[in-house]
Ligand binder design. Structure first.
Ligand SMILES: NC(=O)c1ccc[n+]([C@@H]2O[C@H](COP(=O)([O-])OP(=O)(O)OC[C@H]3O[C@@H](n4cnc5c(N)ncnc54)[C@H](O)[C@@H]3O)[C@@H](O)[C@H]2O)c1
Ligand SMILES: O=C(O)C[C@H](O)C(=O)O
Length: 349
């Protein structure tokens, strides 16, 4: 009975990971024996996101070594997760003196380290604490695993990604193909909310989300959503607003106990899986991500990105936008640019 339940849960996870890419994920199945060795490090692994993300990455057969780092609590998390009978070897690292070893040899580094919002706060209110945390972690990445793909989850993503870029430039190791702001949760939310309104099976839904990762800088492109549903304008507006406020919806519901952790762990695991597939040469892996970009005049922008053996293989354009989306795009630019510049300035102080 239990075995049957576990098997069907595993199958459901596999189905979800195939269907939640914004576009098309490689559909071949792999056995762990034929997979290359891949080390994934999670920085902030003992936190609200870090713990479930550690579990989800332990379930990923593409991972051979899982390195769990935090300033406290990682020995327990690592011991716990390590008992799960899947391919990867798990090690916990705690405190700055163990950060180098945690990072060494990593192919993908996922960063959910830093403080989350409380009700009434914006993501930018986290800048003062999280900017310093991200900066110091990126200095260590420059030193110990300069060619890793970096998946930045820590907020404000619109600023922490530019901070990371500047740190890497200073260290002489910056490669724009290897730095990603994780905006997958916006895509996950847009798909869920759209499926509910359009009354279509959520596993078939695709919606690109572009721009950035805060309030109006989150721009879901429901005009490109599939399956087509011809929703009226007022419903598209409401869906857009709900996607933009999705993080705040969770922050308020948690009433002071943090922000999205479980849905974020799921989204972070999906994005890291896409990065690993790209590294392993799986074709046509496309996800939305906040990356260095020339899609607009802004130096960083989230859009669909094709992932490959070196990280970003191609930053894809926006496609045709509705008038409502064109307006949204113009309105988000000043705020997004200010957040990017704030990050760049901080990193160069
Ligand atoms: N990109 C997104 O879509 C998205 C979604 C949800 C949350 N977030 C952000 O993710 C971050 C983490 O959220 P959470 O709910 O897991 O917070 P949390 O407080 O539960 O966990 C954060 C963890 O980071 C650790 N940490 C702090 N300083 C560190 C350092 N120097 N090195 C390593 N670890 C360190 C803490 O010890 C803690 O375990 C927040 O900034 C939050 O806003 C982003
Ligand atoms: O909203 C937050 O502060 C966390 C995260 O960015 C989210 O979108 O859930």
């Amino acid at each position: 009975m239990k075995a049957t339940m576990l098997r069907s849960a595993g199958a459901a996870l596999k189905r979800a990971s195939r269907s939640t890419s914004s576009c098309h994920l490689g559909r071949r199945s792999y056995s762990s024996e034929s997979q290359p060795e891949r080390k994934v490090a999670i920085l902030g692994a003992a936190g609200g996101i870090g713990q479930p993300l550690s579990l989800l990455m332990k379930l990923n057969p593409l991972v051979s070594s899982l390195s769990l780092y935090d300033i406290a609590g990682t020995p327990g998390v690592a011991a716990d997760v390590s008992h799960v009978n899947t391919r990867s070897q798990v090690k916990g690292f705690v405190g700055e003196e163990q950060l180098g070893e945690a990072l060494e040899g990593s192919d993908v580094v996922i960063i959910p380290a830093g403080v989350p919002r409380k009700p009434g706060m914006t993501r930018d209110d986290l800048f003062n604490i999280n900017a310093g945390i991200v900066k110091s972690l990126c200095v260590a990445i420059s030193k110990y695993c300069p060619s890793a793909l970096v998946n930045m989850i820590s907020n404000p993503v619109n600023s922490t990604v530019p901070i990371a870029a500047e740190v890497f430039k200073k260290a002489g190791i910056y490669d724009e193909k290897r730095l990603f702001g994780v905006t997958t949760l916006d895509v996950v939310r847009a798909k869920t909310f759209y499926a509910g309104k359009a009354n279509v099976p959520v596993e078939n839904v695709n919606v690109p989300v572009v721009g950035g990762h805060a309030g109006i800088t989150i721009l879901p492109l429901f005009s490109q959503a599939t399956p087509k549903a011809n929703l009226p304008n007022d419903e598209i507006k409401a869906l857009t607003k709900r996607t933009q406020d999705g993080g705040t919806e969770v922050v308020e519901a948690k009433a002071g106990k943090g922000s999205a952790t479980l849905s974020m762990a799921y989204a972070g695991a999906l994005f890291a899986d896409a990065c690993l597939k790209g590294l392993n040469g799986v074709p046509d892996v496309v996800e939305c991500s906040f990356v260095q970009s020339t899609v607009t005049e802004l130096p960083f922008f989230a859009s669909k990105v094709r992932l490959g053996k070196n990280g970003v293989e191609e930053v894809l354009g926006l496609g045709a936008l509705s008038d409502f989306e064109k307006e949204g795009l113009e309105s988000l630019k000043p705020e997004l640019l200010a957040s990017i510049q704030k990050g760049i300035k901080f990193a160069n102080q």
